[in-house]
Ligand binder design. Sequence first.
Ligand SMILES: [Zn+2]
Length: 81
Amino acid sequence: MYYSSIPNHTLIVEVTPMTAYSFACGEYPGMEGCPGKVQAETEAELWQLIETHARIAHEEDVSAWSDDEKTQVKALIKTVD
Ligand SMILES: [Zn+2]
């Protein structure tokens, strides 16, 4: 009878806790050419930055954004490691 020993593998997973969320305004339809880019550690913070940018750079009334517009913005949010 054989006893085979299976070596213990220690799996080291490198976790990168600094995932960031980013949004490039110029990727939004109609905003082509805008150099505005915002990046934050959380999605909630990113939204604040997007809204601030929209207000200041484009004089947008962010409270008037429709769900469609928000969905479009959300679709353009990227995560970066
Ligand atoms: Zn912009």
